[in-house]
Design a protein around this ligand. Structure first.
Ligand SMILES: Cc1cc2nc3c(=O)[nH]c(=O)nc-3n(C[C@H](O)[C@H](O)[C@H](O)COP(=O)(O)OP(=O)(O)OC[C@H]3O[C@@H](n4cnc5c(N)ncnc54)[C@H](O)[C@@H]3O)c2cc1C
Length: 503
């Protein structure tokens, strides 16, 4: 794992402030080698610090923790232009970063100081094939764009559950989605990728053409090339019954039991749930409930949750576009955020309940240490949530050819995510250190109980975490082999320092 830890990246950033300013479209003498290399062949797509495009793109990240000072922004207008740019950067031995929707909240994962920031904003393909079974999506898009486009056709897709999240990073990480029990991960629904490789060639990866690359892109992230188009299955889903059901602190035990009950027997594949605890002055328990139906409400399987009286509920029939606009209001831009991932696994209610309880108790026992260092007025959100992934989900993945994530369909996985969002960069190191320590304690406790699994979902992972060993040794080695085959000089491991590396 080569992502620098949040702590060390924060101090590296403090030590390194790229400061030069050049008129728009021109390079100053101290511009990085990459910006120089792109200037002659691709100057019309290259933007320097004083241009409005640079200012917009350099600020277009979800979390303040991601903001850095690239030497220039390269905004290719086509795959071919991106391919020429990659050739020029490799020729110059110059460092670059790639940003899609900018939601990987890890400093340096999608941005860079001094080097070239490549942004996907002009790769805007969004079209259905003639029978509307497949959607081609360019990496500029957020899931809100996809759902808005598809809802006019009564269709949906296996993508992000919050509208603002980016398409490329999510599909390359895996893609936890509302339809998981029907179709598997979002990446399982991708039938073809268009990819710019390190040598500047543009290839298609699908079941018959470059099938090893096709498999590796399903969870292997940015280790093999830059994806310029995803062709993915559409899902007939004109409306869904969905919303957030929130209950008060007195029901937390019952709420957690409901989560374990659901996870231990996910007998209805039209369902998806995201149970979460939200500490604050009083702790709230809130669950996203999703049912893929335009005519059935309150399905039996949700009873353990919906029997608990709600203090607020948004459950109703709506399109996925409407629902992800609703959930998208939870995304606050321009603050500081960290996610941390972890997993427990089991097969019975007892094991899954024990896993949930250990994670919950350890997290809440540690919270006073955070509150003692960060004023409550500066903490905008703390959340602990659990994502159940059961047999139907993994079997749907397998039926589509499988992915690199290495999950075993005889188990139920509960992937937990710790989320802290705060105001004020002065607290960055404190929050990062608290989360690292808390995660260590949680994983220690789940290990002792025999419930720990090494899988950390990349989409929710922090920079200090390891991803690919959690896919299993065999899958990890296969990912390394594919990376070495398609990128023998390890361009995506060396010249692109950001992101989770297979080696
Ligand atoms: C508020 C919020 C909600 C979320 N909800 C979900 C959810 O419902 N389900 C889920 O699975 N995950 C979810 N996530 C996690 C999400 O999947 C990751 O943050 C993901 O990285 C977002 O994709 P992006 O394009 O915005 O990321 P970026 O930060 O732009 O990119 C992530 C990584 O992918 C690389 N990359 C980007 N584009 C390309 C490309 N075209 N080719 C090669 N590499 C590329 C980048 O260099 C970077 O390393 C959520 C995250 C947030 C912040």
């Amino acid at each position: 794992m080569r992502v620098t830890s949040v702590l060390s990246l924060a101090s590296a950033a403090a030590a390194s402030t790229a400061s030069f300013s050049a008129p728009a479209g021109t390079a100053s003498p101290n511009v990085s080698a990459g910006c120089q290399a792109l200037r002659a062949p691709l100057g019309d797509s290259l933007f320097f610090k004083s241009s409005s495009v640079y200012k917009y793109e350099a600020a277009n990240f979800w979390s303040n923790t991601e903001l850095m000072a690239p030497g220039c922004v390269f905004r290719p207008q086509s795959s071919a232009q991106l391919a020429n740019g990659i050739k020029a950067l490799v020729g110059a031995g110059a460092e670059f970063a790639v940003r899609g929707g900018g939601h990987m909240g890890i400093r340096g994962s999608n941005n860079i100081n001094d080097g070239v920031l490549i942004v996907m904003s002009n790769l805007t393909t969004l079209e259905l094939n003639t029978d509307r079974s497949l959607l081609s999506v360019g990496p500029s898009h957020r899931w809100a764009d996809v759902y808005t486009y598809l809802q006019g056709f009564g269709l949906s897709a296996a993508g992000g559950r919050l509208g603002p999240v980016g398409v490329p990073g999510l599909l390359l990480a895996g893609g936890v989605n509302f339809y998981g029990n029907q179709v598997g991960f979002g990446c399982d629904t991708v039938v073809n990728y268009e990819v710019v490789l390190a040598d500047g060639s543009i290839v298609e990866a699908n079941k018959t053409s470059n099938p090893d690359l096709f498999w590796a892109l399903k969870g292997g992230s940015s280790n093999f090339g830059i994806v310029t188009r995803f062709d993915l299955e559409t899902i007939k889903s004109p409306k869904v019954w969905a919303g957030t059901h929130t209950v008060s602190a007195e029901y937390i035990d019952q709420f957690l039991a409901a989560a374990a009950t659901y996870a231990s027997d996910i007998y209805d594949p039209k369902t998806h749930v995201v149970p979460a605890l939200v500490p604050g002055e009083t702790t709230l328990a809130s669950v996203i409930l999703f049912y893929d139906s335009d005519n059935t409400s309150y399905p039996e399987i949700f009873k353990p949750f919906t029997d608990i009286p709600a203090i607020s509920s948004t459950l109703d029939f709506k399109t996925v576009s409407e629902f992800t606009t609703e959930t998208g209001t939870m995304v606050i831009d321009g603050i500081n955020d960290v996610f941390v991932a972890g997993t427990v696994k089991g097969t019975t209610y007892k094991e899954l309940m024990e896993g949930i309880t250990i994670i919950n108790q350890t997290f809440f026992n540690e919270l006073p240490k955070l509150y003692s260092q960060v004023p409550t007025a500066n903490i905008s959100t703390i959340q602990l949530d659990w994502q159940p992934i059961g047999a139907d989900w993994m079997k749907a993945s397998e039926a589509r050819g499988g992915n690199a994530l290495g999950l075993d369909s005889s188990q139920v996985y509960l992937c937990y995510a710790e989320v802290v969002e705060w105001i004020g960069s002065a607290y960055d190191d404190i929050v990062a250190e608290w989360l690292e320590n808390t995660t260590y304690k949680i994983n220690n406790a789940t290990q002792k109980a025999g419930l720990y699994d090494a899988f950390n979902y990349m989409g929710d992972a922090a920079g200090f975490q390891s991803i690919f060993p959690g896919y299993g040794a065999k899958n990890h080695q296969k990912l390394i082999d594919v990376a070495q085959k398609y990128d023998p000089h390890a361009v995506f491991q060396t010249l692109m320092p950001g992101g989770f590396k297979v080696y």
